[in-house]
Design a binder for this molecule. Structure first.
Ligand SMILES: [Zn+2]
Length: 225
């Protein structure tokens, strides 16, 4: 689970990985025979029994640096990824966050990353904590975001990521009912296809820490399958 790939001076929420570090992390994966893919590809491969060596790479929030920094590096390695876009904030900035302002991808950038094979998926409309919404607002967050993004990329949007990783049984059921095929959480209490666990990767993660995280993620995943 990544958010932003960019140079930075301050990063209070630890959501930013420097471009140099990100490049080294991708190189580390390739050196170990691993390939980064989007979640849709990972789940399809898993269903077909050929997900060995694949690592799902996700980028929350849809920062502009996904298009300018992450995608060029991913393409260089032949990797894919899923980017979870906040559909009501396209082309603006991360107004929900009290950390440094970061620009979000424009509509053109979203189309461009989809065109080079990245999976565009939904992170809701306004980056709100879904358990705090009423039923109408929840439905709008899920259904409208999907419709807007499907229009934009002219293709299916099948994935969702819960803002802040906040999800109770109500939100998980609503995401399923809204027609999403899968959803990413962070550390779900009850993991499942609509509450997939993810492992945070940050700027401090060099080879040793990445290896520990990979093993831990695999163990956590297996213990729940
Ligand atoms: Zn987010």
């Amino acid at each position: 689970m990544y958010h932003s790939v960019d140079h930075f001076d301050e990063d209070p929420h630890l959501v930013t990985v420097s471009p140099a570090r990100f490049g080294r992390q991708m190189a580390w994966m390739r050196a170990r025979g691993l390939r980064g893919v989007g979640m849709r590809e990972l789940l399809d491969a898993h269903a077909a029994g050929r997900s060995r060596g694949l690592v799902g790479l996700t980028f929350d929030d849809g920062y502009a640096d996904f298009a300018t920094r992450a995608v060029p590096a991913l393409v260089r390695y032949g990797f894919g990824a899923t980017v979870f876009v906040v559909s009501g904030r396209i082309g603006t900035y991360n107004a929900w966050d009290d950390g440094p302002r970061k620009p979000l991808m424009t509509a053109e950038q979203i189309r461009a990353v989809a065109d080079v094979g990245m999976e565009v998926a939904s992170h809701g409309r306004h980056h709100v904590s879904l358990p705090e919404t009423d039923d109408t607002e929840l439905r709008e967050e899920l259904e409208e975001s999907r419709a807007v993004l499907e229009d934009l990329v002219e293709g299916p949007v099948t994935g969702f990521a819960y803002p802040y990783g906040h999800a109770t049984a109500r939100e998980v059921e609503a995401v399923r009912a809204a027609g999403y095929d899968y959803a990413c959480d962070i550390r779900p209490e009850e993991p499942g296809r609509h509450a997939l666990p993810r492992t945070y990767v940050g700027d401090r993660d060099g080879p040793l820490r990445l290896r520990v995280k990979l093993v831990r993620h695999e163990l956590r995943r297996r213990s729940r399958v």
